[in-house]
Design a protein around this ligand. Structure first.
Ligand code: NAD
Length: 281
């Protein structure tokens, strides 16, 4: 438990809670005393996560929800209202990965990644916002972007474009909800040992054709981002160790781990230099 735990009351809803980062987030909020709603396209894994919370004495329910399906999210909202009466923390966390060079990514790859990663976040927030607005106590939304937004790499253009959109959406949402005292943070996890590639493959709708995963794409991507040290890859538990404290402080951006500082500074310097050149032009 952290010193900010007394702060967390009510219900935390987490999408993608059946695995990895979402499961770790659910565990953190459960430890802090919140009721948990575990949503995932893999209903069995979501239920296992909810059961694990209940086994430790917490309160939790699970539902199978595809975040690309607004009607399924509306059903989840009704279930949460019925079971717990409110929503205080919303983690729009689902994201799928499809590696591939720019000329190899198909139209279906793009549509699927944008549909789940971008519209999935939009649908999730749109569905739960009325309940969040009515809930008493602390209210927070966290949207999961990626360290690849801070320091891009090759062979994942669809994924990176989608996570830039998540960041833009999250920042706009933060400004729009600030007058209502609902905090919004953009979360940038770095590499994690999770089931991301496997669960992405399983979650891809069959009608889009199979997800192609080439080891070479991963190697070339990692080399382009210099993500070859232990500092860049962590467990989801480690990646969430600072999450509640950052959310309690209503930080605009939350970084989990990773050694990207120098690359990020160089990138920001380039952007500021462009602004300066424009002023002199
Ligand atoms: N793993 C990494 O290295 C990494 C790095 C940066 C950011 N992220 C981001 O972190 C988030 C969580 O990823 P993770 O590593 O925990 O992966 P994970 O595979 O362990 O968990 C993702 C969960 O999302 C579920 N899911 C997939 N499509 C869904 C859909 N349409 N509707 C509902 N649920 C769906 C999966 O079934 C799975 O349980 C994602 O947004 C991902 O893009 C991951």
């Amino acid at each position: 438990m952290s010193s900010s735990d007394h702060f967390w009351t009510g219900t935390a809803v987490v999408t993608g809670a059946g695995s990895g980062l979402g499961a770790a987030m659910a565990d953190r909020f459960a430890e802090a005393g919140m009721s948990i709603v575990a949503l995932d396209i893999d209903g069995e894994r979501a239920e296992q996560q909810a059961q694990a919370v209940r086994d430790r004495g917490g309160r939790a329910i699970a539902m199978r929800v595809d975040v690309a399906d607004p009607a399924a999210l509306e059903q989840a909202v009704a279930a949460v209202r019925e079971e717990f009466g409110g929503c205080n923390v919303l983690c729009a966390n689902v994201g799928v990965q499809q590696f591939g060079a720019i000329d190899k990514l198909t139209e279906n790859d793009w549509r699927w990644v944008l549909d789940v990663n971008v519209l999935g976040v939009v649908h999730t927030v749109r569905a739960f916002l009325p309940l969040l607005r009515k809930s008493e106590g602390v209210r927070r939304v966290v949207v999961t972007a990626s360290s690849s937004v801070l320091v891009p790499g090759v062979r994942m253009a669809a994924y990176i474009a989608s996570k830039y959109a998540v960041m833009g959406y999250g920042e706009t949402l933060r400004m729009e909800l600030a007058p209502e005292d609902i905090g919004v943070s953009v979360f940038f996890p770095a590499g994690m040992r999770s089931r991301h590639l496997e669960s992405s493959r399983l979650a891809r709708p069959a009608e889009l054709g199979p997800s192609v995963l080439a080891r070479e794409d991963i190697d070339v991507m990692m080399a382009s981002r210099k993500v070859d040290t232990a500092e860049h890859v962590a467990t989801p538990e480690h990646a969430t160790r600072n999450l509640l404290a950052e959310l309690a402080a209503n930080e605009r951006f939350i970084v989990s781990h990773g050694a990207y500082r120098d690359e990020l500074v160089a990138r920001c310097d380039d952007l500021i230099a462009a602004v300066d050149r424009a002023q002199r032009a």
